[in-house]
Structure formats: C-alpha cells, structure tokens
Design a protein around this ligand. Structure first.
Ligand SMILES: [Zn+2]
Length: 109
C-alpha cells in the first residue's frame, strides 16, 4: 500500500449514517456507521469478531447486530494518521488508522 492510498484528501462524516473518505489517489470509500462499528479495531472487538468467525460454520450471525440504531457521538483526528470514534453505545476505544480504513473499504468507486 502506498502512502497516497492511505491518505485521505477529504473526510465527510454523517454521524448517524456514514463516513465518506476521498483518498489522495482519487478513490472514494463509503462506510456505513454500522459497518464501521462492527469493524472496530480495538482488542475487545477483535476478539468478538474472532469468536463469531469460529462460530460461523454452525450459527448464522449477522454482522453488526445491535439493538439500538447506532451513531457517532464524537470523532477526532489522532495525529494525522488515524480517526478516533466514540459510539452511541458507549464504546470509544477504537482508533481507526487510515491504513486500516483503506484496508476495510467495502467497495471502491
Ligand atoms: Zn471496539
């Protein structure tokens, strides 16, 4: 991954809807907040995803299955390499590096 691929030219966050990133290489990534929350990079959420993957063969678990509609309470840049997001479900330890965000981009246009 080159530096320009993991550098946002423009960030656009709609707190109860989606995050849009325009990368400096011209690619645009759109993440729904539910998807971003389900991909939280903190250790606890990573563990949950691993457990879910382990169970997937026998249980059909939907990703991002949360009782309440989710929104972003607060988001801030960490240095110039990452985005820290506080969620409406009181979770807020996830630091999404731009490299990570680029790697989980759900579709490129
Ligand atoms: Zn987390």
């Amino acid at each position: 991954m080159s530096a320009s691929q993991a550098t946002p030219a423009k960030l656009d966050l709609k707190r109860d809807e989606k995050l849009e990133i325009l990368w400096t290489d011209g690619t645009r990534s759109v993440y729904t907040v539910a998807y971003l929350r389900s991909m939280c990079p903190c250790a606890a959420c990573k563990q949950i995803r691993q457990d879910q993957q382990a169970q997937k063969s026998r249980l059909n678990i939907l990703p991002g299955n949360y009782a309440k509609p989710l929104s972003v309470v607060h988001a801030e840049l960490v240095g110039n390499y990452a985005l820290r997001i506080d969620w409406s479900d009181d979770h807020g330890s996830g630091i999404y590096s731009f490299e990570y965000l680029r790697s989980i981009s759900p579709g490129e246009s």
